[in-house]
Design a protein around this ligand. Structure first.
Ligand code: ADP
Length: 505
């Protein structure tokens, strides 16, 4: 197909010839125009009579599909009717119309053209045709749209954005920078970015900039800047290089935000943690002193109560002495548990982690609580998989945890109940030991406070003996052994406490 296509009936003579140009020159001019632009001609009713190759290519229509149609076939719907009205009024009045139009392609996409529409009159001054010459400006329009979108984003973001050239001169600063530093962007533009740093940092900043000759340069860190008025602005800055189309570094950007708040938050957090640790250490020291101090007089009370119980003939007095002994034993348990908890909490209790034979440990624990189960006629069953099972644990502390869970299961079971200890390997490199009972169970709302020290839930009101520390100790110990502890329970139906520990490979 020729680049220049003349429809039958098209007469270049219809163009008013600029002075000095002959018809041959005009044809050449049109040919040149045809190479450069999107050209069409319409008759005075606006019906298309000629389109060049560029017109067909950009619109996606074949020439046959366009000839005989009006330009409205290309309407994109992006403009008001007023624009088309103005266009038509202008050209039918014999004047040239110029403007930007968005047209729709045959495939539905759009393109933008800078258009000039010129009416052509005959010798009598009657308009015969309209010649339209357009240039494709779609890329420019899209680039403008992107850049206006980007500038909106840059002006709305809370993140400060500064762009500088490779000599360190500010070429752009967004609204957030104005707010953070207090300078107008226009004041910053053209100045060295180093001017907005404390004097001690300026030289280092300039040297850094000189080293930013590679496009993959990135730096992130705390950078102090100087606000208008002189006070410091502590930023968390992310600095990088912008490359041009040839891949050469052209600009340097600094994206920064206020870091002072974050630093203060971190300092507050550190301070709060130190205070909590100090308070916890003070509490542990206090508890351990008190417990030790209580033990000595308590031993004396227990010793004399035992002598009394053995020596008194009066039954009433003997029962008083037994009461003293029972209460004293409870107090000894409480003190022992408290001492144990403070030792674990203060970290003075070093665990010896080894491979512990689980079956053996479970066997020992079961035989230790068997008498307690028998006394309440509770059946105690175990279910272990075949083969040797070793867990990573401290043998003594693991035994303590299992004994606590087993004795709880018995304590909180009904008379003649069932307690079962099961061992399974869930396949996550861990071994799970669960201890189930069909006892009193726990209310769902009490579950979250279950492992809190001294929280006995409803147990005290039921007259069941205990100190309320066992589970707190068990949780701390299991976690120290890199394990987890958990529970599922239904009030009135029973509970299952479980622990998971790593398999000792
Ligand atoms: P203690 O048994 O000495 O009170 P623990 O710390 O071992 O202390 O347990 C805390 C509380 O959790 C108990 O007082 C009891 O209310 C509840 N509890 C523990 N184990 C069970 C269980 N198997 N069934 C029902 N409640 C339980």
């Amino acid at each position: 197909m020729n680049a220049f296509y003349i429809e039958p009936g098209f007469t270049p003579s219809a163009f008013p010839t600029p002075s000095g140009l002959g018809r041959a020159d005009l044809a050449k001019t049109i040919m040149a125009l045809d190479h450069h632009a999107i050209v069409s001609i319409a008759d005075r009713q606006g019906v298309i009579t000629h389109v060049n190759d560029r017109f067909c290519a950009i619109s996606g229509y074949e020439r046959d599909e366009l000839i005989g149609q009006r330009h409205s076939i290309l309407k994109s719907g992006r403009h008001d009717a007023a624009l088309y009205k103005d266009l038509w009024t202008t050209i039918t009045a014999g004047r040239v119309w110029q403007g930007v139009i968005c047209n729709r392609r045959k495939n539905g996409g759009v393109y933008w053209v800078q258009s000039t529409i010129m009416p052509i009159a005959d010798d009598q001054g009657e308009i015969q045709e309209f010649v339209s010459v357009r240039t494709d400006i779609t890329d420019r329009v899209q680039a403008q749209a992107h850049s206006s979108l980007l500038s909106q984003v840059l002006n709305q973001t809370e993140e400060c954005v500064v762009v500088m050239d490779l000599d360190g001169r500010v070429v752009y600063a967004n609204r957030a920078v104005e707010q953070a530093l207090g300078f107008k962007a226009s004041h910053m533009q053209g100045r060295q970015f180093a001017e907005f740093l404390p004097p001690a940092l300026r030289r280092r900043c300039q040297m850094r900039l000189q080293n930013m000759r590679t496009c993959d340069f990135r730096w992130q860190g705390q950078l102090t800047m100087v606000r208008e008025g002189g006070d410091h602005f502590i930023s968390l800055s992310r600095v990088g290089v912008v490359a041009n189309a040839a891949g050469l570094p052209t600009y340097v950007f600094n994206l920064f935000s206020d870091y002072a708040g974050e630093l203060k938050r971190q300092a507050d957090l550190r301070y709060a943690k130190e205070c909590a640790e100090q308070a916890s250490a003070a509490k542990s020291i206090f508890l351990s002193h008190v417990s030790h101090e209580l033990r000595t007089p308590l031993n004396a009370v227990m010793g004399f109560a035992q002598l009394l119980a053995m020596g008194v003939g009066d039954a009433r007095h003997a029962s008083f002495a037994r009461e003293i002994l029972t209460a004293g034993r409870h107090l000894v348990c409480l003190i022992d548990d408290m001492l144990d908890l403070t030792k674990i909490e203060s970290g003075h209790d070093a665990l010896t982690m080894t491979g512990v034979d689980l079956a053996h440990t479970i066997g020992e624990c079961v035989s230790l609580v068997q008498a307690m189960a028998d006394a309440r006629r509770i059946s105690l069953a175990t279910s272990l998989p075949e083969g040797a099972l070793r867990v990573k644990a401290d043998a003594v502390r693991l035994k303590q945890v299992l004994l606590n869970l087993l004795s709880n299961a018995i304590k909180y079971s009904h008379e003649m109940g069932d307690v079962c200890l099961r061992v399974v390997q869930p396949g996550n490199g861990r071994i799970r030991v669960s201890i189930s009972d069909k006892g009193i169970g726990i209310k769902p709302e009490q579950l979250p406070s279950l492992f809190e020290p001294f929280n006995r839930l409803d147990a005290a009101s039921r007259g069941i003996e205990g100190t309320g520390i066992g589970l707190a100790i068990s949780k701390k110990l299991v976690e120290k052994m890199a394990g987890t502890i958990g529970v599922s329970s239904e009030q009135g139906q029973g509970s299952t406490f479980w622990i998971e520990l790593d398999i000792f490979a």
